[in-house]
Design a protein around this ligand. Structure first.
Ligand code: FPP
Length: 225
């Protein structure tokens, strides 16, 4: 969800105003995904590296998260959204930690859409914590054991990865899980991301041939020759 800061700066607003608009865009995107039958949505809301931002932006994002939890969770729960918060929790404010636990408990039985909110998350953090877990359990460091120990083990690998804001990089997001994800990059700043953008991404996804290392002929043998 990149581009909140630039969205705000273009309007001579503080960066936090962009994050607030970003939250509105997330809410809209959750609804759009449900309307389109997307079953799992995973978003990057705060990276392990975002602690390095100016202190007022970091505390603003923490406060925004705490207030968003209080305001949004009852409605999300009613709409059938199941929330998971993915990332290291220990160094987050107590209010945010408690809000995560409450939100996960309140939505645990929902099945309409799984919404994974990556917060204090990094792909490298996830791989390291998974490896530590596997080693502590005395298991072999196999791909299967590592996958099962990842913070996103409760969902399959993503099919489509969308990055807004014009940058062409993954920035430590889903490094393990995105091995075969189709990538979609758009210049749209996250607060402006709306139905036409999501539909463009889904339409492009539908055109992609997913070979998973195989050849086209192997995928549709009847069309070979
Ligand atoms: C990246 O844009 C965005 C973030 C670091 C925060 C994303 C947060 C939200 C969408 C709000 C919902 C989440 C919470 C915390 C309730 P950027 O700030 O890097 O934008 P820039 O590249 O234009 O500076």
């Amino acid at each position: 969800m990149d581009g909140n800061g630039r969205w705000a700066t273009k309007r001579f607003l503080p960066r936090l105003a962009g994050h607030k608009k970003g939250l509105d865009a997330l809410r809209r995107c959750v609804r759009l995904c449900m309307e389109r039958g997307v079953g799992i949505l995973t978003v990057f809301a705060f990276s392990s590296e975002n602690w390095g931002r100016p202190p007022e932006e970091v505390s603003g994002l923490m406060a925004l998260m705490a207030s968003a939890l209080a305001r949004e969770v009852p409605e999300l729960a009613q709409e059938g959204v199941r929330l998971h918060f993915v990332g290291a929790r220990a160094n987050l404010p107590a209010k945010v930690q408690a809000g995560f636990a409450q939100a996960e408990a309140a939505t645990a039985h929902n099945q309409q859409l799984v919404l994974n909110i990556c917060f204090n998350y990094g792909g490298r953090w996830d791989m390291a914590q998974a490896a530590a877990k596997v080693a502590a359990a005395g298991q072999a460091l196999t791909q299967e054991n590592l996958s099962a120990a990842m913070a996103l083990a409760h969902v399959p690998d993503p099919d489509l990865l969308i990055r807004t804001g014009g940058e062409l990089r993954l920035s430590n997001f889903l490094l393990w899980q995105a091995a075969y994800a189709e990538l979609f990059f758009t210049d749209r700043l996250w607060p402006d991301f709306d139905a036409p953008d999501l539909d463009a991404a889904l339409a492009q996804f539908a055109q992609r041939e997913r070979r998973f290392g195989q050849t086209s002929d192997q995928l549709s043998p009847s069309q070979a020759n």
